[in-house]
Design a protein around this ligand. Structure first.
Ligand code: SF4
Length: 331
């Protein structure tokens, strides 16, 4: 690929990248904040196109999608590039390695075929941020859907609406990383002053494209554990994504303070009406919110649906919002 379609030229001749919410203006020779897109005379060149940083076969649960095709194996693919200046989680994939032989390519069609051969039910874009590789991600989702695989993204949600609307017809699930619920949190943990577009992205993915969404928040004591902000986040999840949206609350730092912050946040999640709040401990089960019967067990990386009957709690009939079919999008 030479030039991307995901750009706009304004009347003054400037070229705007439309891939992520930074919307960089790139003149010839300039690179965007992600370091993966370069301005040329005719348009914007994605430097990272087709290059992959990792491709693994793993249980889907590893990507914090626990109510989405439970116990299925997924081909996880990642590229290069990240667009949060401050990042503790995916900084390892921020730069394309320059050493000879370290730049690997994987055409999207090959990835989908490989997923099929490995008996993976789906394909997920993980490791690097999908918003800085939208051309490849779109190809990957299309070819995977054509091979009857489910598709998902792990993302910070910093994609633009234009990109989401391109991906939406082929996208089933999103593991969404929400850093906090305030300007200071996003400034400190992501280096992003304008973060509320992330909320708009998620709400649109849910409402328009019926994507299954699970939210993950890593707790950093003194940074993103303000109880009022957490209550606002919980309210937003419940109102915009639904009370059955799983919320994964994990420690962002080592130590007892982070563990205590996780416990406080989980309590706020329950009190705020979220029906499925998960923490960091291994082998967590999913219980019916109505009668507390066990619905899904997870043990040593293996999940089992044991208390469900046609999508309902086998004991009390509560309808559980699980995503189990690529043919049926959620309402
Ligand atoms: S993808 Fe890169 S170049 Fe495009 S707007 Fe985002 S940071 Fe800027």
């Amino acid at each position: 690929m030479q030039f991307t379609h995901f750009m706009t030229r304004t009347e003054d001749g400037a070229i705007h990248c439309n891939a992520c919410q930074w919307r960089c203006v790139l003149r010839p020779g300039e690179v965007g904040r992600c370091l993966m897109r370069k301005g040329g005379d005719e348009g914007i060149i994605p430097i990272n196109h087709g290059l992959i940083s990792a491709a693994t076969v793993s249980p889907i649960e590893e990507f914090r999608l626990w109510h989405f095709f439970p116990d299925s194996m997924v081909l996880a693919v990642g590229g290069w590039g990240y667009n949060f200046p401050v990042d503790q989680q995916r900084g390892a994939y921020a730069h394309i390695p320059q050493e000879p032989g370290k730049q690997r390519t994987l055409p999207a069609e090959k990835a989908a075929t490989f997923a099929l051969k490995q008996l993976c039910r789906g394909v997920i874009w993980a490791y690097s941020e999908p918003s800085v590789s939208p051309e490849y991600v779109l190809d990957l989702l299309k070819t995977s859907r054509a091979a009857s695989r489910y598709t998902a993204l792990v993302t910070t949600g910093f994609l633009t609406v234009e990109i989401l609307n391109k991906l939406g017809p082929y996208l089933h699930g999103i593991s969404l990383d929400v850093r906090g619920f305030g300007d200071v949190e996003y400034e400190r943990l992501a280096g992003v002053p304008k973060w509320r577009g992330i909320l708009g992205f998620a709400a649109l993915a849910r409402e328009r494209w019926k994507c299954h969404i699970e939210v993950t928040t890593r707790m950093h004591p003194g940074v993103n554990d303000d109880p009022d902000h957490l209550r606002q986040m919980v309210d937003w999840i419940r109102q915009k994504l639904g009370s059955q949206t799983p919320w994964h609350v994990l420690p962002g730092d080592a130590g007892s303070q982070a563990a205590a912050a996780v416990n406080r946040a989980r309590r706020i999640g329950h009190e705020g009406g979220l029906l499925f709040v998960y923490g960091p401990e291994p082998n967590q089960v999913t219980r019916c919110p109505a009668c507390q019967s066990t619905l899904i067990t997870r043990e040593n990386g293996v999940s089992r649906l044991i208390g469900l009957d046609n999508g309902r709690c086998a004991n009390c009939g509560f309808e559980v919002d699980l995503y189990l079919s690529i043919w049926r999008k959620k309402n």
